[in-house]
Design a protein around this ligand. Sequence first.
Ligand SMILES: [Zn+2]
Length: 235
Amino acid sequence: MKRKLAYSGIGFILIFALAFSAYKLMNARDYQLFGPITSRVETQEKVVALTFDDGPTDKTGSILSLLEDYEVKATFFLIGQDIEEHPEEAKKIVEAGHQIGNHTYSHKRMVLKSPSFIKNEIEKTDALIANIGYQETPVVRPPYGKKLIGFPYYLNKHQRETITWNLEPDTFFTKTEDKINYVKENIQPGSIILLHPMYDQTDNELQTIEGILQSLTDEGYTFVTIDNLFKFKAS
Ligand SMILES: [Zn+2]
């Protein structure tokens, strides 16, 4: 009886440990089971990448004109179904010379999904991105940064880069000023900053972007796309 209890105790601990590891793996920003994943590029140069998730939406124009004011190129991780809804906005991003990333078609968690579901989410969005005139192979970012087995397996098989981030002001703060200060305090050369201006109905996120552009420029940083950030990688 005692032994039985001990075994079930061990079983419980094992299941808990497995579930915990899977959870950590799903959310890891710089580790996955297959293929390369990047949350920051190792460099001494003062370069940084601004990345915007989701959309495009009708907010696109104001984001683009802000970037133009600072003569900055950024990376936009677009959602397939949002491109279908706002193809003209998506084209504007390409025409302005920014980098485009694939953020899946439906923005569902890419965890415990079938291989055919994952393939469809990526390839359908690739086709939409090609349709708006973007000619490179898009880098990929899983929705909510979540992935487990099938998603990295597919990307690795097709030699695609997974890009996450090392600075996420929106996760920790709501006030513009706090977000800007957090980025300023935690910035390192080669950082990748994640922001969400597309569904923001106030102009707070735009102000956050402007604050980050201004304060990091003052610190001597240059903003580049993800592709260009890799060119600064220390060998
Ligand atoms: Zn997203």
